[in-house]
Design a protein around this ligand. Structure first.
Ligand code: GLC
Length: 434
């Protein structure tokens, strides 16, 4: 399958990507031209002793989560109430993520929903996780630079989302909620991990989207430590294949989020579909039919890839079942099923290798001779649920860093984007002199 040769990266290629990434970080920090935005969060790590009851809103995709959480000090926290709601629901006939919707309506919808978990008479400082590239001028201001992850709601790009939310709270007469901090989900993940682990200095999301933040030891503007949202999903100095270029061309924002389109859960199912479609067109697969699913954009989700990778049976019976029920291919050949599984695994392995390369680039930026311990805190469905993903990511890093690798820990930090927002609000509260 020479069509797939460009997907397999050698160790020198991974190191080359790592060093380009490291250079792009330095350039971005210095304000030079770079695909990495290096956005300041105006936060540093928590002490682990922050305490209090907070409200956290987590908006990073088409589902919004709201929690009330009690952070208890000594690295402990407890979720009190939680609520989750979609921004699009075809059966109810609404979709707040399209260009036809105004940003003010989107935020009023969110404010209205969050009301449901507030206890009467209680005041809640709010931490808001908004997981899109945003330029912050303070811990509670964030102007959306550009929507990612295919959201398109009007009147939000170029506007301060904290202000949009504040106005929506006023409109809905919700006076018990006091916005304190706005953060990216990667920052939430790092804050949550570092609340109990002093070595955590990198926070990353490997899910629908992909992005990473880290603790910059000396932020150029202040000379002090600052958590920086790299917006690494936009990294572009990558060896893209023809399939990647095709996916990029047909996406909402061609030319942007190039790394994310090669590694993120939103895109890798579609990438797999594009490859299989090419194989069918070249008569390498399913020569006896034209299964529509492989000719319909966005029909292959990464859950299907997970299912294919999980099929360890000698005859790949679950893949056969899926081909039968979903694709109307009743008599697939074992070879064909193997090809499907190989394509899925090659796309996944490349996702892991590219992400590992970026982590290595950032580790070398933070600690050039790799002398200290570092925890990379990771959340997201790919990392958590894709068979073999977490393990292989850690092995890839180990193979490359060799004897230095025992200093590096990668670990799942669940729900960091919600809890982290509460911790961010608590850090702000602790710093206030009222
Ligand atoms: C996209 C967003 C980024 C976010 C990531 C993970 O890449 O641009 O801000 O952190 O998705 O949700």
């Amino acid at each position: 399958m020479h069509e797939l040769a460009g997907f397999i990266l050698s160790e020198p290629q991974i190191l080359e990507i790592a060093s380009r990434f490291q250079k792009a970080m330095t350039d971005g920090l210095a304000g030079k031209s770079s695909s990495l935005k290096m956005l300041p969060s105006f936060l540093t790590k928590p002490t682990g002793q922050e305490k209090g009851t907070y409200l956290a809103v987590d908006f990073g995709g088409t589902n919004v989560r709201v929690i009330t959480v009690e952070i208890q000090g000594n690295g402990a926290y407890r979720t009190l109430r939680r609520l989750s709601f979609p921004l699009q629901d075809r059966s109810k006939g609404y979709d707040l993520t399209t260009r036809e919707t105004a940003g003010s309506d989107l935020f009023q919808f969110i404010a209205g929903q969050m009301n449901a978990i507030l206890e009467p008479g209680q005041t809640y400082p709010l931490g808001f996780t908004f997981s899109f590239p945003s330029r912050q001028t303070g811990v509670n201001q964030a102007v959306l630079i550009k929507w990612t992850k295919e959201i398109q709601t009007s009147g939000v790009e170029g506007h301060d989302v904290a202000e949009l939310l504040q106005k929506a709270l006023v409109r809905k007469n919700i006076i018990q909620v006091i916005p304190r901090a706005i953060i990216n989900d990667t920052v939430g993940t790092l804050l949550t991990a570092s609340y109990s682990d002093r070595y955590a200095d990198i926070g990353s999301i490997c899910g629908t989207g992909h992005n990473t933040c880290y603790l910059e030891p000396g932020y150029p503007m202040t000379g002090k430590p600052m958590i920086i949202n790299i917006e690494s999903g936009n990294f572009s100095e990558l060896p893209a294949t023809g399939y990647d270029l095709q996916l990029d061309r047909q996406s909402q924002i061609p030319g942007e989020q190039r790394l994310e389109k090669m590694v993120g859960g939103q895109y890798i199912g579609e990438l797999t579909r594009i490859i299989i479609q090419d194989f069918i067109n070249k008569k390498l697969l399913f020569t006896y039919g034209r299964p529509e699913i492989f000719f319909t954009p966005n029909e292959i989700k990464c859950e299907i890839m997970a299912r294919q990778l999980a099929d360890k049976s000698p005859e790949l019976t679950d893949i056969a079942q899926w081909l039968k029920t979903t694709c109307q291919i009743h008599h697939s050949l074992l070879e064909e099923r193997r090809t499907l599984r190989t394509v899925a695994s090659i796309v996944i392995i490349r996702s892991i290798q590219l992400i590992a390369a970026t982590y290595i680039g950032m580790l070398k930026h933070i600690d050039p001779n790799l002398e200290k311990r570092h925890t990379i805190a990771i959340d997201g469905s790919l990392y958590e649920l894709m068979p073999g993903y977490a393990n292989m990511l850690s092995i890839t890093i180990k193979n490359i860093l060799k004897d230095k690798s025992n200093l590096i820990t990668t670990k799942l930090t669940k729900n960091g984007s919600g809890v982290g927002a509460a911790i961010a609000a608590a850090i702000v509260d602790d710093a206030r002199v009222d």
